[in-house]
Write a protein that binds this ligand. Structure first.
Ligand code: ADP
Length: 400
C-alpha cells in the first residue's frame, strides 16, 4: 500500500514536473516565435524606410532646381546634383555658396527668405535663391534652400519688354506725324498745300500699314502656325521675290542680276515664307545700295543644301553689328534704315524662316564694299508641286 502510494505520488510529481516543463517550453517557443515575428516586422519596416528614403533622394536628385538641406545647427546634410556646381567654390559660385549659407542661417531662425544672385560669368547667370525653415508639429528639423536658374525667363521677359517698347516707338513716329499733319490740314486753305499735305498723310499711313504688315508676318512666321511645307522649285521662289522687289529696284535704279543653275533645285518649303525671306534679302540689298550698284542673286547646290546668295556692292555692315542685325528691331544706322522705310524686322523674319526650314542664314560684309547674305535650306528629292500659278514668271537677268 505504501509502495503504491509512493509510486502514485512519484507519478503525480513526475506528471506535474513534466507539465511545468512543457508549459515553460511552450512559453519559450511562443516567446521565440513572437521575437522572430517582431524582428521580421522590424526588418520590413526598416526596409520600407530605406526604400522610401531612396525614392525621395532619387526624386530630389532628378529635379532641375538646387536643393540644399541643413540640420538645426546649419550643418549641410544633403545637396542634390543640380546644386553641386553652384557650391563648388570657384569665383562666381562662391557668391552663391555665401548666399545659401546666409539664407539657411536666417531660415533656421524661423523666417522664409529669398534673394537674387547675379553671376557675371561668362556666361552671365541669374539665380533665385530661397530658404525656409523645416518645422513640423512644433519640432525643428532644420532648413532647406532652393536654387532656381532664372537667366532664361529673365532674358525672355526683357525681350518681351523691349519688343513692346520698340513697337510703341515705331508706331508713335508715324502716328505723331499724322496727328501734326491733321492739325495743319485743318487750318490750311491753299489747295496746293492741301494736296501736298494729303500726299504726306498717305505716305505716313502707308508706313503704318507696312509696319503692321511686317509685324504680322513676323508673328506668323515665328509661331510657324498654318505652315504647310511642300516640294517647291527654288527658281519659282526667286521669281516671285524678284517680282515683288522690282518696283523699288527700278525706283532706285539698282539693277538685279540672277544666276541660276541649269537644273531645277527643289526644297521642301512653305513657299510663302521662303519667298518672304528671299524678298527681304533682296529688298535690303536694294535699300542699302546706291544707284547703279548692281545686286546679284545666285542659286546653287552645295552638298545637300540649296543656297540662295544675295550679294550687293552697297554700304556694307560693320563687323560688330553682323550678328545683332538678325535681332528684332535692330538697325545699324537708325536714321538710314528709317528713311528707307525699314523697322528692323526683315532679317529677323529671314532667320526664323531659315530655322523653320532646318536651314540657316549667314552674312559676310565689309563696310564700303558691300554684303553677301546666304540662305541655305536642305535640298529635296521630291517632284515640285503647285507651281502652275507662277509658270509665267521667268527669272530676270543672266543665267549661269
Ligand atoms: P530694316 O528694316 O532696317 O532693313 P532688317 O532687319 O532687314 O531691318 O535689317 C537690319 C539692319 O541690318 C538694317 O537696318 C541695316 O542696318 C542692316 N542691313 C541689312 N541688310 C543690309 C545690307 N544688304 N547692306 C547693309 N546693311 C544691311
Amino acid at each position: 500500500m505504501i509502495v503504491t502510494l509512493v509510486v502514485v505520488a512519484a507519478v503525480v510529481v513526475l506528471a506535474l514536473t513534466a507539465a511545468v516543463a512543457w508549459r515553460e517550453h511552450r512559453h519559450f517557443v511562443d516567446a521565440e516565435e513572437g521575437r522572430r515575428r517582431d524582428d521580421e516586422l522590424h526588418r520590413r519596416q526598416e526596409h520600407e524606410v530605406v526604400e522610401s528614403e531612396t525614392r525621395l533622394r532619387l526624386s530630389l536628385d532628378a529635379i532641375t532646381q538646387g536643393v540644399i538641406m541643413a540640420d538645426p545647427d546649419g550643418t549641410v546634410l544633403y545637396r542634390n546634383p543640380y546644386a553641386q556646381p553652384f557650391i563648388e567654390a570657384r569665383h562666381g559660385e562662391a557668391l552663391v555658396e555665401a548666399a545659401v549659407a546666409e539664407l539657411l542661417a536666417e531660415a533656421a531662425r524661423g523666417r522664409a527668405v529669398e534673394r537674387e544672385v547675379e553671376l557675371f560669368g561668362p556666361p552671365r547667370q541669374c539665380l533665385f535663391v530661397s530658404a525656409m525653415p523645416l518645422r513640423f508639429e512644433g519640432r525643428d528639423y532644420g532648413s532647406v534652400a532652393l536654387i532656381d536658374d532664372i537667366t532664361e525667363p529673365q532674358r525672355l521677359d526683357a525681350m518681351r519688354r523691349d519688343f513692346v517698347a520698340n513697337i510703341s516707338h515705331e508706331l508713335r513716329t508715324p502716328m505723331g506725324a499724322l496727328s501734326l499733319l491733321a492739325e495743319t490740314l485743318a487750318e490750311e486753305t491753299d489747295p496746293e498745300v492741301l494736296s501736298r499735305l494729303a500726299v504726306r498723310v498717305q505716305a505716313e499711313a502707308i508706313r503704318l500699314s507696312d509696319i503692321m504688315d511686317e509685324l504680322l508676318e513676323l508673328s506668323r512666321i515665328e509661331s510657324n502656325e498654318a505652315s504647310e511645307q511642300a516640294p517647291v522649285a527654288i527658281q519659282h521662289v526667286i521669281s516671285e521675290a524678284l517680282t515683288r522687289v522690282m518696283p523699288t529696284a527700278e525706283d532706285k535704279e539698282v539693277p538685279i542680276e540672277t544666276v541660276l543653275p541649269a537644273l531645277d533645285l527643289v526644297v521642301r518649303a512653305d513657299r510663302r515664307q521662303l519667298t518672304s525671306a528671299v524678298f527681304n534679302l533682296l529688298d535690303n540689298a536694294v535699300k542699302y545700295s546706291e544707284a547703279n550698284q548692281p545686286v546679284r542673286v545666285t542659286t546653287r547646290m552645295e552638298g545637300d543644301w540649296v543656297e540662295v546668295e544675295v550679294r550687293d556692292l552697297g554700304y556694307g555692315i560693320p563687323q560688330g553689328h553682323q550678328e545683332r542685325i538678325f535681332e528684332r528691331f535692330y538697325q545699324v544706322d537708325r536714321s538710314r534704315g528709317r528713311s528707307d522705310g525699314g523697322v528692323g524686322l526683315g532679317l529677323a523674319i529671314v532667320r526664323h524662316v531659315a530655322t523653320n526650314h532646318g536651314g540657316e542664314v549667314r552674312v559676310e560684309s565689309k563696310v564700303g564694299e558691300g554684303s553677301a547674305f546666304t540662305l541655305a535650306v536642305p535640298v529635296s528629292d521630291d517632284e515640285p508641286v503647285g507651281q502652275e500659278d507662277s509658270q509665267d514668271l521667268k527669272p530676270i537677268g543672266v543665267q549661269a
